[in-house]
Design a protein around this ligand. Sequence first.
Ligand SMILES: Cc1ncc(COP(=O)(O)O)c(C=O)c1O
Length: 419
Amino acid sequence: MEQELKQYLSPVWTHVTEAMIVRGEGVYLYDREGKRYLDFTSGIGVTNTGHCHPRVVEAIRRQAGELIFGQMNIVMHPPVFELIGELRQVVPAELDRFFFGNSGAEAVEGAVKLAKHATGRPNVIVFQGSFHGRTHLTMAMTTSKTVYRTRYQPLVSGIFVSPYPYPYYYGWDEATTREFAIRELKRLLKSQSAPDETACIVIEPVLGEGGYVVPPPGFLQELRELCDHYGILLVADEIQSGFGRTGRYFAVDHEAVVPDIMTLAKGIASGVPLSCIAYRQALGERWLTGSHGGTFGGNPLACAAGAASVRVIREEKLAENAAARGRQLLEGLRKLQGRFPQIGEVRGRGLMVATEFSRKGEPDEHTTKAVSQGAAEAGLLLLTCGTFGNVVRWIPPLVVREEQIDEALGVFARVLAGL
Ligand SMILES: Cc1ncc(COP(=O)(O)O)c(C=O)c1O
């Protein structure tokens, strides 16, 4: 039946595999024939607690039996406060106001709207390679690949792009790349968007879709200082890097940088659509009541899933596991890099890890595609990323165990050896 109905599915979606998945458990997905897939995509960084974590399933079941929907403009309900209580334990304490939406793009839209109200300034600065979503505003803020913008242009104005400090791409060491990125940002503030016209600088504290790039040490702190100097708000888009993914609750925690606004989604509710804007109370005083909202944001079912997910991440120490398993993964991939010279760089933080493929100093999209396809056929789901499509990203659920990392490394090595 599905085969016949497939023709009606919008072809605008891409698919890593056309496997018909009927069940998920931990790091595994199962198709109808019972074939097992090791899911090292986490549904693009969503199932941090693993597929169908029993405590998340139980919270959803319980909430569905009590109250599926209570609209936030009309009523209040306990799950939204349960979620805020959980978030207060992991989000930097300075960010003490929470707004909820449904998708990452929606959170980024809301964050920019808040920054405009709070500063009275019109412009936004983003970084080269960024991915912030697919709505019209967030598409304008997204520079990871032209496919996200092609034939949608012209886009929203007032968005300016500065280089992301990406040492491997530039071929420089970390300090040189950091200095370059800061210098270019200062130039942009002098040449294109004056500080008093710049509401916010939005950054992925580990670049996601653009190539899984960890910025050089000190870069985020310098950015914080620059923002403070000019009264520009710093927005950390932690939609992909958040909720334990990098080995801490949030990627900004590695540098002890507290942004003014943080956008959260993906891992927050283990797959139930939910996003969040966390921000400083002082900003909210200038956010006109009623000027932002949405029908489904903060609904009880999503909040119950969110509260359970954040609790599981905290109580089951999934960020700690991400740090340990991430070290194992990096070490294993670096060993493979010695055997397979196509792997130009192995990098990452926690379980946000990348292998970038190069050939004669040029991005090697061909090998990257072949590896991800070969791995999927062998039962290991891996996503690619990067502007040139030459990066494999490793992003398993944070419940992944040592032997499962070894299993994935084994599949990857066999696929590479067979190319
Ligand atoms: C850093 C980042 N921001 C925003 C988004 C957009 O989130 P969504 O697809 O939920 O709209 C994504 C999605 O991949 C992302 O990685």
